[in-house]
Each structure stands twice: as structure tokens, then as C-alpha cells.
Ligand binder design. Structure first.
Ligand code: HEM
Length: 449
């Protein structure tokens, strides 16, 4: 009798464990972790830092939302009220703003770490794809928040951003069909809720910023972390010694490490928040364009290549790169030997370093050439537009990155080396275009030294 009771007790415990392990909400934090996963060289803590930043965004955002009014007449003044009258409002705003930038920046770093450490093979490809979607959402979240203060910076940055969204129009204008089919105009209108940045835009951006995007991101983060467990933990090299794979209970070591990361992130943001105020320019004035009007830093690389050709820079090239990001795990299935190995060892370090060099030389050379050579023909003529779509530093650089990648493919016959080459050359070029947009463009987008 006692035996039967014991076995049904055990069955019940087993069933509960099964339920817990199959429910992603209950199962988010693994009860055990390996010393390999705990090592700072494995993850650099970037994923946990991202979760902390997102939590800080939610907490400070909720406090800001209490005093913020999403209307074009009141938004700017409600932000001023937050800064000058609401107790502690200024520091919450500063932290919200700086941690939003940090969230975008560290999401990129985390993508680099998972890419260069070969974490997208086998079943982990799902998490890679979810990651790319999250990267896009994080950028959208930051961009939608940009408009809310309704100052000159916000107004003109979003105007620039929405013009990038309408980039397809250059192509439909060229073939003379914009009057009938205008996907660029349609995307821009969807984004703005009208022809220009106005109340509809503010309402849309506010809704996206405070509800749609954070709720979506929250769900995806939960799924992302749950998947790591389903994929058998973090990607690790086949040669990992058994001693590093031994599991220890997550409580207290891992959880204390996570609390320490959270406290450090909060501490750093507090210091930055006290030392540096988030910008607030004069009230938005649609009749007084900011010159140069610049988009947020993470879109400046695109703005720079849009300045050469709207269609290529705002549509073809970004679409190509995002498609490439999604496609990486299907193109490169070399798997096991690269999984969890930084840069896939010596060959990868060489390919990556050479690709930084190639990406850098290619991009800087084409930009330098464009400063000295003007395209022939009348600006605005169809011939000129076609020529400028192809012979511009953005398009030519991407074509050269592709040639470089082909060269790597032929000389190594390795798909891993091929993706390392294209990803690295592209990211190097993109960073250079961003730096040019940030520091070397003045009034009317003229190059300054
Ligand atoms: C808000 C955005 C994100 C959050 C909060 C997040 C969170 C995390 C966390 C906590 C981990 C485990 C620890 C670590 O690797 O640091 C992880 C792993 C992972 N993340 Fe993310 N992540 C985000 C965005 C991304 C992006 C943009 C990508 C790639 C495009 C990505 C791809 C991956 C992959 C493939 C893993 C598994 C790593 C492995 O097996 O070693 N994540 N993420």
C-alpha cells in the first residue's frame, strides 16, 4: 500500500516536472547551469545585459508615460514638465533615453557575439531568426520613441526616416508609374498616417512605442530564452572538457551574477544620466528644417547611402542585407566543427581580419572617389538617375563586398568563411558610412573635414 502511494507520489512529481519543463513561462530560467555558460568569455553577459536594459526601459517608460501627453500641442511641454517639475523626472528621462541607445548598440554586439561564435547551427537557427526579428523591433522601438518629445530633433529625424521608407519612389518615378503604383508613398503614408509628420504620426508612433512593440518584444524575449534550453543550452565547442559541462544549481551563483549585472547596468546608467542630459531642442517647427537633418545614429549609415541613391540605399541594399542575415543558417550548415568556436579558429580570424580590411579599403576608396568625380549628364534626367543608382559609393561598395566574398568562397571552399567574409565586410562598410554621416556631413549634406 505504502509502495503504491510512494510511486503515485513520484509520478506526480515527475508529471509536475514535465509540466514545468514544457511550459515556457515556468521554465524560463534553467534550474541548473554549466560553468561553461557562466564563463564571461562565453556570452560576455550581453544577453543578460539586454534583458536588464529592456526591464529598465519598461520601468522608466511607465513612469514617463504617466506625465507624457501624446498630442502635437502638448507633447513638448509635457516633456518639459517631466524635466523641470516632476520630482526625479529628469533622471528617469535621461536613463530612458541613454538605455534606449544602449539597447540598440548592445543588441548589435550580441548579434556579433552569436554570429562570430557560430551559434546559429542546427536547431539554433530558429533563435538566430528570432534574434534578427528582435534586432529590427529594437530599432523600430527606439525610432518610434524618437518622435515623442516633439522637438526639432524628433520632427526632422522622423521626417528623414520616413523619406527613407519612401525610397522605392525613385524607381517608380524613373519608370513613370508612380501615378498608378506607388509602394514607396504607400509605406510612407502607412508610417506617418498622412503625407507629413503630424498628429496621426505621433498617435501611431506612441501606440507602437508603448504597446505594440514592447509587448511583441517581451513575448519574443521569453521565447528566445526558452529556446536556448530547448536547443540544449548555449552553443559550445565539441572539445569542451566534461568538467566545464558539469551543471551546478543556478541558485545562487548564476542568479547572483545576474543581479550583479543588473546593478552594474543601473549604476552605469545612473552615472551617465546624472552627467549627461538627454537632448531636447526647441519645439518642432515644420517650416524650419534642421540643416543638416540627421536620422538617429543606427540609421545614419542608411541615410548616407540614400544620399547617393534613394532606391539603392533605402530599399535594395538594406533589404539585401536583412535577407542575408535571415539566410545565414541555411547557407552555412557546416555545423559541428564551428559551433561555439570563436571565429571558427585561426582561419576564421584571418578571414575576419582581412574582411575588415577589405570592407574598410573598399568603402573609403569609393567615398573618396565620389568626392572628386561627378557623374556626367543633367541631374534629374533618367540617364543620370540610372547611372547614379549604379555608380555610387553605396552600390559599388556592396558589389565589391560581394566580389570579395566570392573570392573567399573560391579560395577556401568553406561556407562558414564565406558568411564571415560578407557579414564582416558589410558591417565594416556600414560602420564607415555611419561615421561619415555622423561626423563628416554638414549643411546640405556637404562633406566636411
Ligand atoms: C532584445 C534583444 C535580445 C535579447 C534580450 C536577447 C537575449 C539573449 C540571452 C539572454 C541569451 C543567452 C545568453 C547570451 O547568449 O548572452 C541569448 C542567446 C542567443 N541569442 Fe539573443 N537576445 C536578443 C537579440 C538577439 C539577436 C539580435 C540575435 C541575432 C541576430 C540573437 C541571437 C541569439 C542566439 C543565436 C543565441 C544562442 C546563443 C548560443 O547558443 O550560444 N539574439 N539571447
Amino acid at each position: 500500500m505504502a509502495g503504491t502511494e510512494q510511486s503515485t507520489g513520484k509520478e506526480r512529481v515527475g508529471e509536475r516536472l514535465r509540466n514545468v519543463s514544457q511550459n515556457f513561462v515556468l521554465h524560463i530560467h534553467s534550474p541548473n547551469v554549466s560553468t561553461y555558460a557562466l564563463s564571461p568569455f562565453t556570452t560576455m553577459g550581453l544577453g543578460v545585459i539586454l534583458i536588464c536594459l529592456f526591464a529598465i526601459q519598461l520601468a522608466t517608460g511607465m513612469l514617463l508615460m504617466i506625465h507624457y501627453t501624446p498630442s502635437v500641442d502638448a507633447a513638448y511641454f509635457s516633456v518639459k514638465e517631466i524635466i523641470f517639475y516632476v520630482p526625479g523626472g529628469w533622471i528617469f528621462r535621461n536613463i530612458h533615453r541613454w538605455s534606449a541607445h544602449a539597447l540598440v548598440f548592445i543588441t548589435f554586439l550580441h548579434m556579433f557575439r552569436t554570429f562570430y561564435k557560430g551559434s546559429y547551427y542546427g536547431t539554433r537557427k530558429t533563435n538566430w531568426v528570432v534574434g534578427v526579428i528582435m534586432l529590427l523591433i529594437v530599432m523600430m522601438m527606439s525610432f518610434s520613441g524618437y518622435l515623442l518629445p516633439w522637438d526639432q530633433l524628433a520632427y526632422w529625424a522622423v521626417t528623414i526616416g520616413s523619406n527613407i521608407a519612401a525610397a522605392f519612389r525613385e524607381f517608380t518615378d524613373l519608370i513613370g508609374v508612380t501615378g498608378y503604383v506607388d509602394p514607396g508613398g504607400f509605406i510612407r503614408k502607412m508610417l506617418l498616417g498622412g503625407e507629413n509628420v503630424g498628429q496621426n504620426t505621433l498617435t501611431r508612433f506612441f501606440t507602437l512605442h508603448v504597446i505594440v512593440l514592447p509587448v511583441t518584444l517581451l513575448g519574443l524575449i521569453g521565447y528566445h530564452i526558452w529556446r536556448i534550453r530547448k536547443d540544449g543550452g548555449l552553443a559550445r565547442p565539441a572539445s569542451t572538457p566534461d568538467s566545464s559541462l558539469e551543471e551546478i544549481p543556478a541558485w545562487p551563483t548564476a542568479l547572483w551574477a545576474e543581479v550583479a549585472i543588473l546593478l552594474s547596468v543601473v549604476g552605469i546608467l545612473l552615472i551617465v544620466g546624472v552627467l549627461a542630459d538627454a537632448p531636447l531642442k526647441i519645439l518642432a517647427n515644420p517650416n524650419l528644417p534642421d540643416n543638416p537633418a540627421k536620422s538617429p545614429w543606427y540609421l545614419l549609415g542608411i541615410q548616407e547611402i540614400v544620399s547617393y541613391s534613394a532606391f539603392m540605399g533605402g530599399f535594395v541594399i538594406p533589404l539585401f542585407f536583412v535577407a542575408f542575415l535571415f539566410y545565414i543558417p541555411w547557407f552555412d550548415r557546416e555545423g559541428e566543427i564551428h559551433s561555439g568556436v570563436w571565429f571558427s579558429g585561426k582561419d576564421g580570424i584571418r578571414t575576419t581580419s582581412l574582411s575588415v580590411l577589405a570592407g574598410g579599403i573598399i568603402t573609403i576608396s569609393f567615398v573618396a572617389l565620389s568626392l572628386f568625380i561627378d557623374l556626367p549628364g543633367d541631374k534629374g534626367s533618367p540617364q543620370y538617375i540610372i547611372l547614379s543608382m549604379i555608380l555610387n559609393p553605396g552600390t559599388l561598395s556592396v558589389m565589391a563586398y560581394l566580389f570579395w566574398t566570392l573570392f573567399v568562397y573560391h579560395s577556401t571552399s568553406s561556407r562558414r568563411m564565406t558568411v564571415l567574409a560578407l557579414f564582416t565586410a558589410f558591417m565594416t562598410g556600414w560602420t564607415i558610412f555611419m561615421i561619415i554621416g555622423l561626423w563628416f556631413r554638414g549643411e546640405n549634406w556637404h562633406f566636411i573635414l
